[in-house]
Unconditional design. Structure first.
Length: 465
């Protein structure tokens, strides 16, 4: 059989994977039933420490002038004050030099899955950082990139059959993309899959990390996700975040959360005046209808991709920036803060070059501290099955988004003007009427069954009790 795989064969394999029957053996050692039972038990253990958490994305390269693990560790006390509980580190692996983009290359062009980028420090430095984070109460996630490697990854020489190749036997970059600095792995190869899972096991065993953000899940076969989950569950309970929104079925057993891309894009269009409150309502109704029980999306106003390629939060949202941040902390899901947001990050960070974040102005830190506290202190805002469902409240103004959430004695009401025009609106609070704390005003108010609000452009009100 020739070494190379035709692209058509890869597409057929992806189709067959999509049609695979759930529950088929992963090929990993041990009984499937035992693995499933352990996965279920571990999912509940992870749920306990993640249910009220906020995730924080760490860009080590740009975080400090040194761009090292040691330099980042100096920020841990401040991040503890911020209140975030989960630290997600963008890829920390050595970066490929062959076909490299820019001076430093893409974080996602990985030359070795079980080593650290020497620019960031040593393996000992990273393990020390994880221990420090754990001692301070943080959980640590690593970015894992299973679909492709750098062209100078050792596998390209040792196991070229692990890669997708063209008719001339040349390893290719992912079809249909401009990711020309990375080599597409061949998902038909079972040995390659096993090696990837071994790499995922490595960081859990050796560095005691608490889970992964898995890159490009759209291109990853479902049965690989299932096998990876079961393999990791045999070591310790881990949290898995999928960079994907379409494969919500994977949230039943394999991932805890995925990306809330739809809300992000809806918010940018609301800020631009192209969409409105009704579009946000439709998204939240979709989440409640489609997402498996207990699962949820990660919500955000920026991340490494959006900041570098599409603009700062000021560029994307303008005067609505804080309003959209409040929305991500109060709707269904786990909120994300990206490196520098709490410092009013006002530039698009270079993706392939050094571009240090300035920490001179922490004027937004207190705002995000309050948002993190808002979520943690009010159970109705918690994630998944631990939080309350969204119940929309009628409002006379079409640009007003109003909803309540309730869980185990915690009740919250959110009212927002999703417009750059002032609005006078009457909200039918119904059974949600009563005495609340106006969270951002810091005073008690009586919410009437028919309550009229005079709202400034993009004004938000959050009531808790």
């Amino acid at each position: 059989m020739p070494k190379h795989r035709k692209l058509l064969g890869a597409l057929l394999a992806a189709l067959l994977t999509a049609l695979a029957i759930p529950g088929v053996s992963s090929g990993q050692p041990g009984g499937d039933d035992i693995a499933v039972d352990k996965s279920v038990a571990n999912r509940h253990l992870v749920r306990e420490w993640s249910k009220d958490s906020t995730i924080y994305e760490v860009n080590v390269r740009q975080y400090t002038k040194a761009g090292t693990f040691e330099a980042f560790a100096e920020h841990l006390p401040r991040l503890r004050e911020l209140g975030v509980e989960i630290l997600w580190f963008m890829p920390i692996y050595p970066i490929g030099e062959e076909r490299r983009k820019g001076t430093l290359g893409s974080y996602y062009s990985i030359r070795d899955y079980t080593a650290v980028n020497p620019e960031y420090g040593t393996m000992a430095d990273f393990k020390k950082l994880v221990r420090q984070a754990h001692d301070m109460g943080f959980k640590v996630l690593l970015d894992f990139v299973p679909n492709h490697t750098a062209f100078d990854h050792g596998w390209t020489e040792e196991h070229p059959d692990w890669y997708l190749q063209n008719d001339d036997g040349e390893i290719v970059h992912p079809p249909g993309t401009d990711w020309t600095d990375v080599a597409q792995l061949d998902w038909d190869n079972r040995d390659m899959r096993a090696a990837l899972i071994d790499a995922m096991r490595f960081w859990v065993r050796e560095a005691d990390i608490d889970g992964y953000r898995v890159d490009y899940v759209s291109g990853v076969p479902d049965d690989f996700s299932r096998a990876a989950r079961r393999a990791l569950d045999r070591i310790k309970p881990v949290y898995l975040l999928a960079e994907n929104e379409d494969k919500t079925h994977l949230l039943r057993n394999d991932y805890h959360a995925n990306y809330g891309w739809s809300l992000f894009h809806t918010m940018t269009e609301v800020a631009a005046g192209k969409k409105g409150a009704d579009d946000v309502r439709k998204y939240l109704e979709w989440v409640q209808d489609v997402y498996p029980e207990g699962s949820y999306p990660m919500q955000f106003t920026t991340n490494h991709d959006e900041n570098s390629w599409n603009g700062t939060t000021d560029e994307l949202f303008g005067a609505a920036e804080r309003t959209m941040a409040v929305l991500t902390f109060t709707v269904l899901g786990m909120p994300l803060i990206y490196s520098g947001q709490e410092a009013g990050l006002d530039k698009r960070l270079e993706f392939f070059e050094k571009d240090e974040i300035s920490w001179d102005d922490l004027s937004e830190q207190r705002f995000y501290e309050r948002l993190v506290d808002l979520k943690r202190q009010n159970r109705a805002f918690w994630s998944g099955a631990d939080g309350g469902a969204v119940d929309f409240l009628p409002a006379t103004d079409g640009d007003t988004l109003a909803f309540q959430r309730e869980k185990d004695g915690s009740r919250v009401v959110v009212v927002m003007n999703l417009s750059d025009d002032a609005a006078s609106t009457t909200v039918s609070a119904g059974s949600a009427a009563g005495v609340y704390e106006d969270y951002f005003a810091g005073e008690n108010v009586v919410l009437k069954p028919e309550h009229t609000f005079d709202l400034a452009p993009w004004e938000y009100r959050v009531f808790v009790r």
